[in-house]
Design a protein around this ligand. Structure first.
Ligand SMILES: CC(C)c1ccc(C(=O)O)c(O)c1O
Ligand SMILES: [Fe+2]
Length: 307
């Protein structure tokens, strides 16, 4: 089965790369590594990037990139996906050189969303730029997806994601699942919400301590950034959160603290209640603009190399 190091980076489509790069650097707390009118790379560690911004008229998710545990996983993952009828294709060396990543391939999940699996990213011998909010890592990506229950086995059996918790509706259908990319310990790197349409619901960044939540929240308010929910506390992972909107209206979450799972002997997934307290034990108000914007770019099957 496929083994991962982590959720590696998220590629977002934004209308104005320069505007968004400045927002993610100055407001959110990332270090800007490289920027052009078409693409920007930002980081929160000594790796080259954990966010890539791509110019597009349709803001949302371009792709999700997972770092495999090691080079041995490349062939294992390639073969496994091929055997299950998903058709991986290699990322050409010129593009890998731009992305500063090792061997990599891409494929589309059952909804058409683009995943990239790569082996290692260049490290930079620089410290990150000091910022009042200390972001420690890319946390998770949540997608709204149609036919969740039907496609759930793709994420468990093919991708080897493990469910940490699930929620069911009154009809007994799965309405939400939080999943970790094995053997990453974090409660979830992905969440899938049952929905009529495919959409990026939000992207979360983990911060270092409670002061980052408080300082970050007050900075968002002071800079007139729409805070759309929180501060609050999730029941599932136990994390403390604040959600806000980026310049395109994409929903971003600062999150702190998350249950961690051992590789062996992890607790089974829980069935969680559908009450609002499951989402937020503190019951903070949710702004209707939350998670309204966020297209998911689909795999261009006619010309995969342009992705
Ligand atoms: C309300 C959203 C979908 C949600 C719920 C729970 C958690 C968590 O337990 O960490 C999240 O991160 C969420 O974004
Ligand atoms: Fe979240």
């Amino acid at each position: 089965m496929i083994r991962y190091k982590k959720l590696g980076y998220v590629a977002l489509n934004v209308r104005d790369v320069e505007r968004s790069a400045a927002f993610y650097r100055d407001v959110v707390g990332f270090t800007l590594v490289e920027s052009s009118p078409s693409t920007a790379y930002l980081t929160c560690s000594d790796e080259h990037h954990c966010i890539m911004l791509n110019r597009s008229e349709d803001p949302g998710l371009k792709r999700i990139a997972m770092e495999l545990e090691d080079i041995n996983q490349y062939e294992i993952a390639w073969n496994h996906l091929s055997q299950h009828g998903y058709h991986p294709f290699e990322v050409p060396i010129e593009e890998r050189a731009e992305l500063k990543i090792g061997k990599a391939f891409r494929f589309a999940d059952p909804h058409g969303a683009v995943f990239e699996f790569y082996c290692g990213m260049q490290h930079r011998p620089f410290r990150k730029q000091p910022h009042p909010v200390n972001i420690s890592r890319l946390g998770h990506v949540i997608l709204n997806v149609p036919n969740l229950e039907q496609h759930f086995p793709f994420y468990t059996d093919v991708l080897n994601f493990k469910p940490s918790d699930q929620r069911f509706n009154d009809k007994g259908e799965m309405s939400f699942v939080w999943m970790r990319c094995f053997p990453s310990p974090y409660h979830h790197s992905f969440g899938f919400a049952s929905s009529e349409t495919l959409k990026l619901q939000h992207v979360a960044f983990m911060v270092a301590d409670i002061n980052d939540i408080g300082i970050g929240y007050n900075r968002l308010l002071a800079q007139d950034v729409p805070v759309v929910c929180g501060p609050g506390r999730h029941y599932a992972s136990g994390s403390i959160f604040v959600y806000f909107l980026d310049p395109d209206g994409l929903t971003i979450e600062y999150t702190l603290g998350m249950e961690e799972f051992p590789e062996v002997g992890a607790r089974p997934p829980r069935m969680l209640d559908g009450a609002p307290e499951t989402s937020d034990m503190w019951r903070s108000r949710r702004d209707p603009r939350m998670s309204k914007i966020g297209s998911v770019e689909l795999m261009d099957r006619t010309n995969p190399l342009v992705l």
